[in-house]
Design a protein around this ligand. Structure first.
Ligand SMILES: [Zn+2]
Length: 62
């Protein structure tokens, strides 16, 4: 299980998705304005399961 932080580029709404798998395009939809212009943001709050993001290795941490 992972928590994805998402942000709507249109209205600036930030929200979280709790998923057992990967995000789908369907999940990337703003609950506030229904925009699909939603970006995944990487805050420092997720420490669990970081090894699942092998493709981002080395780039996601400061
Ligand atoms: Zn929005």
């Amino acid at each position: 299980m992972a928590i994805y932080d998402l942000k709507c580029e249109d209205c600036g709404w930030e929200f979280e998705e709790f998923k057992t798998g990967f995000l789908t395009e369907d999940d990337k939809k703003c609950p506030q304005c229904q925009s699909e212009n939603v970006k995944q943001v990487y805050s420092g709050s997720f420490g669990i399961g970081s090894s699942c993001f092998g493709g981002y290795g080395g780039g996601g941490f400061t």
